[in-house]
Write a protein that binds this ligand. Structure first.
Ligand code: GCU
Length: 408
């Protein structure tokens, strides 16, 4: 990030409060504005998640009582997902600290992985992903992104699933994934403007993992933290916004349609993302590519829709595509809602600059975050040196954030 403030592309962000007069109280937020915002995100960005599906069955397929040098119990599960049009089988990998018991269950990080459960650890006992992929990743390729021992040592369980088992990440592949549980081919080929996209499907999968965890006695599903990197961070935010059972969420470099503001003039735009990944979104989202001002939401409102549950946003200095400053600004603008509930966000002083339509914190640029330090409270942020990635340094912030906000 440069030292000088960058303007928002369009100075006005949609208000935290709607056009109709509502008293600024936590109750009004929860009963009125939050549901209204979720409807707007459904209608215009991610699409509407259908009702009526769920987990039909779970079957344990492997167990190692002393995985990771005795640190954890590792289990794998075949989860049968169901919807009006059929079933799909997906695989869940779960590590639980060995000291966890039914009377002292472990809080849990719940996140999807990019390359298969077998990519998060080189353990040859983990089943290879069954997702329809052109190439199967090597075992343990993503170990660096999943510092399992570090997470387990801190007392957290970890549950993960290959996102492509929920839906392959290519246009035209929805019917083979979980969206095919709800819609026939014809409907999926001609989606209406509000039909859900793949991000919605992956978010739905995160909620189904939570359904499974609720049945596991040594896991504290009431202390489940949704997390994800990049496109999977977008899915984690959307899952936590909709499903209030998630106790918290961690977004790592989720960028455009994740934590970053659409209206900040940097990084990926709606035009770029809908060109490259048309299958991720509601059918109608693309129309905002040429006029972002017409979009009735921006992503600070997605963070706010998760309040008062804790949210951590992570960026990296060289991840220009995900727009670190846009992600930070988004946390500043969501902060007032976290304050409304008695917590704090990243915005410490609310400034008002009369007569300007540039947002106050951009004018003031008061709270530029220092690299490597977590700032904020129940809504927090950290900026790491380096490229688009998730590494142990990021995880140490995630764990501190969870200790302070989920366990405390
Ligand atoms: C692409 C895409 C981003 C996404 C990223 C990722 O770069 O443009 O929006 O976050 O992939 O998932 O790694």
């Amino acid at each position: 990030m440069s030292d000088s403030p960058r303007p928002l592309k369009h100075a006005r962000l949609p208000d935290l409060w709607g056009p109709d007069e509502v008293p600024h109280t936590p109750e009004a937020w929860s009963s009125h504005r939050r549901p209204q915002l979720l409807e707007l995100f459904r209608d215009h960005v991610y699409g509407r998640t259908p009702e009526g599906g769920g987990v039909a069955n779970i079957r344990r397929i492997s167990r190692d009582a002393a995985a990771l040098d005795g640190l954890a119990e590792r289990t794998e599960w075949t989860v049968t997902l169901t919807g009006p049009l059929g079933t799909r089988h997906v695989s869940l990998l779960l590590y639980v600290p060995r000291e966890a018991t039914a009377s002292d269950p472990a809080p849990v990080f719940v996140g999807l992985n990019f390359n298969g459960n077998h990519s998060v650890s080189a353990d040859a006992a983990i089943a290879l992903s069954q997702a329809p992929m052109p190439e199967i990743a090597e075992r343990g390729t993503d170990e660096r992104r999943w510092p399992l021992s570090m997470i387990l040592e801190r007392g957290y369980a970890i549950a993960t699933m290959h996102y492509c088992e929920l839906e392959a990440d290519l246009p035209g592949h929805a019917s083979g994934g979980v969206r095919g549980l709800f819609h026939g081919e014809a409907e999926l080929e001609r989606p209406d403007s509000r039909s859900w996209g793949a991000i919605g499907a992956w978010a739905w999968g995160l909620s189904r993992i939570l359904d499974v965890l609720e049945t596991m006695p040594t896991v504290d599903a009431a202390a489940a933290i949704a997390h994800g990197h990049s496109r999977l961070g977008k899915a984690a935010l959307w899952a936590a916004a909709q499903d209030q059972r998630f106790a918290a969420v961690v977004s790592n470099e989720s960028g455009c349609a994740g934590a970053s503001l659409f209206r900040h003039s940097a990084g990926e735009t709606i035009a770029m993302i809908t060109d490259a990944f048309p299958h991720w979104f509601a059918g109608g989202f693309r129309q905002f590519a040429t006029d972002v001002d017409q979009l009735p939401v921006d992503q600070h409102l997605l963070l706010a829709a998760i309040a008062p549950r804790p949210v951590h946003v992570a960026s990296a200095t060289l991840d220009f595509h995900a727009d670190p400053r846009g992600e930070y600004l988004s946390t500043l603008h969501a902060s007032p809602i976290f304050s409304l509930f008695g917590g704090s966000g990243t915005l410490l002083t609310q400034l008002h600059v009369p007569g300007t339509d540039v947002l106050p914190c951009v004018v003031a640029n008061l709270h530029e975050p220092a690299v490597g330090r977590r700032v904020g409270g129940r809504l927090s942020y950290h900026l790491r040196f380096g490229e688009h990635d998730v590494i142990a340094d990021d995880w140490s912030h995630f764990l501190d954030f969870a200790d302070e906000n989920v366990l405390a």
